[in-house]
Design a binder for this molecule. Structure first.
Ligand code: HEC
Ligand code: HEC
Ligand code: HEC
Ligand code: HEC
Ligand code: HEC
Ligand code: HEC
Ligand code: HEC
Ligand code: HEC
Length: 419
């Protein structure tokens, strides 16, 4: 930057600062005649610094990262030798020969997707973004294939766009910001941001606060991404095109199910096998009926660092015990010496990177007999009792023996009800 540019920039900043302090009156009606639009999280930051700061600590803000600006967002080296060596190990499963794989150079990567379980890489071809055919599984430090035969057929914007970026426009092939920004959950913010700070009530009315929506509509905000299925208003899109926070998700999205043939992502009992399906699971649970929602257990943005992985309000099974203070010590709950509620009620039977790395959200403990009745259905017990894999019946018998309540003793009470 030369010194003239610096001067102009300083002048501009001073002018902006003056405008911000000067809280001019604003014609609210005129403002509302303009269509509402997206402004991006950096605009919200100006007034909501603490929310912004805490959001920055969450994975939502880091979902899609600009690798052109900062190559450090790529979590490992894109070394073709290492990648091909890993692919060689699974070559029987591959649809093209290992040496035919396209492996992007680091400078070709526009954005990274993900940084926790796995990472994929967006590259540009004819003005559109596509997902390169290689995928890095972070915890197992392993490269695997991803749509190697057709990676450049379906653009990212159709298959993934709206769940990983904010303000996505398929028609215009663009988006407002990479990652899950403020407006992905709070809706378009241009009116709200333009109003002066003093217009508190107008401010509140022009932005979505999920806490003030009805439970059913609020949880659908999370459900617009933690879900799997097809858009109802845009052919070929796999995210709810047209949906905005506060609207009814069902109108824009049809979730997948086993009943309708999705054996790849759902077990025969409709429990999730695939990732980003927490809403599908949760919808079937008693918690859904009682109004215990995603935000009853998860922070979305909490001042400071969230205390646990997955941003749960409390760590592990203490999360459950914060509400379930009294749990029956009989039956199922009598066989273990520990209180691992999550281990039984949220077994790791779904997959993000490697099989069994993420939790079920139906909150039902699956028993060995469920698997005995249908081998397609997993059970909670064998996520720990692995050595008994061969003998499901043995595990079920032990269970049946241990969870039996002693027969009742004594004689029936002689009820003398006065008439
Ligand atoms: C010019 C300052 C300013 C900007 C920019 C701004 N806000 Fe606000 N926001 C406010 C004020 C002031 C309130 C009202 C606080 C109160 O209720 O006392 C508010 C309230 C909110 C609320 C709560 C509404 C309610 O009904 O309780 C949400 C949510 C919110 N803002 C989100 C955002 C988002 C998202 C953005 C960016 C798109 C944004 N804000 C940009 C100043 C701003
Ligand atoms: C993943 C969804 C999500 C994202 C992303 C998100 N929020 Fe929120 N926000 C929520 C939910 C849900 C609530 C209501 C919290 C509750 O139920 O207590 C909320 C509440 C708020 C509130 C009002 C309540 C309060 O704490 O005073 C403000 C202001 C706010 N968010 C600002 C922001 C800003 C600014 C950003 C971006 C930097 C942002 N949010 C990003 C989901 C989100
Ligand atoms: C309906 C919304 C939705 C669609 C469509 C979608 N995703 Fe995701 N994706 C999510 C959510 C939500 C998560 C995080 C929760 C989870 O994994 O269970 C996620 C997680 C990921 C992760 C792992 C992130 C990490 O930190 O490990 C990757 C990689 C990813 N998605 C890639 C893709 C790609 C590539 C596409 C398109 C082919 C795609 N997703 C389509 C919602 C979606
Ligand atoms: C009753 C509490 C509870 C509710 C309700 C709940 N979760 Fe969770 N969630 C958890 C716990 C506990 C974990 C595992 C935390 C850990 O790894 O220690 C978790 C994990 C996750 C993860 C990380 C991936 C995984 O499965 O390990 C995501 C993403 C997630 N939840 C999203 C959601 C969404 C979206 C909703 C609403 C549709 C929701 N959760 C409802 C308790 C809950
Ligand atoms: C616009 C899409 C979108 C919306 C809306 C959304 N999420 Fe997410 N969420 C994601 C994606 C994508 C990830 C994965 C981020 C990553 O791994 O980098 C994620 C990650 C998470 C995680 C962290 C999981 C972990 O492994 O640590 C939790 C918890 C979560 N979301 C809960 C929620 C809740 C609660 C809501 C509703 C208030 C919500 N999300 C709304 C897309 C979304
Ligand atoms: C915010 C409070 C809250 C939290 C946190 C919570 N629950 Fe619940 N849970 C409820 C309520 C309310 C019900 C419905 C009434 C009842 O059966 O007690 C319920 C019901 C259940 C049921 C079904 C009971 C039945 O009647 O079939 C199970 C199982 C369950 N919860 C397990 C868990 C587990 C496991 C966790 C931790 C991951 C957890 N809950 C966390 C409030 C909570
Ligand atoms: C060994 C696996 C296992 C563990 C560990 C476990 N549960 Fe359960 N839980 C079950 C099964 C199975 C049922 C179904 C009823 C039955 O067969 O007894 C159940 C039933 C429930 C119910 C509904 C009926 C009742 O007894 O109130 C709630 C609520 C519940 N569990 C909560 C919890 C909480 C909270 C924890 C952690 C303190 C926990 N469970 C630990 C397996 C388990
Ligand atoms: C989170 C891991 C975990 C889960 C899930 C789990 N168990 Fe266990 N189980 C253990 C451990 C560890 C022990 C050793 C004794 C103890 O610490 O209570 C044990 C002990 C037992 C015992 C006592 C006899 C023996 O073999 O030592 C039986 C029977 C049993 N489990 C059955 C089950 C059944 C049935 C389920 C599913 C409903 C189940 N367990 C789920 C970890 C688990």
């Amino acid at each position: 930057m030369n010194s003239a540019m610096v001067r102009w920039l300083t002048l501009g900043l001073v002018a902006l600062a003056l405008m911000a302090c000067g809280e001019r009156p604003i014609d609210v009606e005129a403002l509302k005649k303009k269509p509402k639009g997206y402004v991006g999280s950096d605009t919200c930051k100006k007034c909501h610094l603490e929310h912004y700061d805490s959001w920055k600590m969450t994975l939502h803000s880091r979902m899609m990262q600009d690798a052109q600006k900062n190559q450090d967002v790529i979590v490992t080296e894109l070394d073709p030798k290492v990648i091909r060596a890993d692919l060689e190990k699974i070559k029987d499963k591959l649809k093209i020969p290992v040496d035919k794989f396209y492996i992007p150079k680091p400078e070709e990567v526009k954005y990274t997707i993900g940084s926790q379980w796995k990472q994929r890489y967006l590259v540009e071809k004819d003005g559109k973004l596509y997902i390169a055919p290689i995928n890095y599984n972070i915890e197992t430090h392993r490269w695997v294939n991803y749509n190697e035969d057709k990676w450049d057929k379906k653009p990212w914007i159709l298959g993934c766009g709206g769940c990983h970026a904010t303000g996505v426009n398929i028609e215009k092939n663009n988006f407002i910001e990479p990652g899950v920004g403020c407006e992905a959950c709070h809706g378009k913010g241009s009116w709200h941001a333009a109003l002066p700070k003093a217009e508190v009530f107008e401010k509140r009315q022009t932005i979505v606060n999920p806490a003030k929506l009805t439970m059913g509509v609020a949880v659908q905000i999370c459900g617009s991404c933690h879900n799997r299925g097809q858009a109802t208003k845009y052919k070929g899109a796999e995210w709810p095109v047209g949906y905005e926070p506060g609207k009814a998700l069902e109108a824009y999205y049809k979730s997948t199910s086993f009943a309708e043939g999705d054996v790849r992502h759902v077990y025969a009992n409709e429990f999730s096998k695939g990732h980003h399906q927490q809403y599908i699971d949760w919808s079937q649970s008693v918690h859904a009926k009682e109004g215990v929602t995603c935000t009853s257990c998860h922070f979305v943005h909490q001042i400071g660092v969230p205390p646990t992985r997955s941003q749960t309000v409390q760590a592990g099974s203490r999360q459950c015990m914060s509400c379930h203070e009294m749990v029956n010590k009989n039956l199922a709950h009598s066989i273990h010496s520990f209180g691992n509620c999550v281990g039984c009620h949220m077994p790791r039977i779904a997959q993000s990177a490697e099989s069994g790395d993420i939790h079920s959200h139906v909150f039902v403990c699956l028993l060995p007999k469920d698997t005995m009745a249908n081998p397609n259905i997993p059970n909670s017990c064998q996520t720990c009792h692995k050595h008994k894999k061969e003998d499901l019946k043995h595990l079920q018998d032990d269970w049946d023996a241990l969870v039996k309540l002693p027969p009742p003793v004594g004689k029936p009470i002689d009820l003398k009800i006065p008439r």
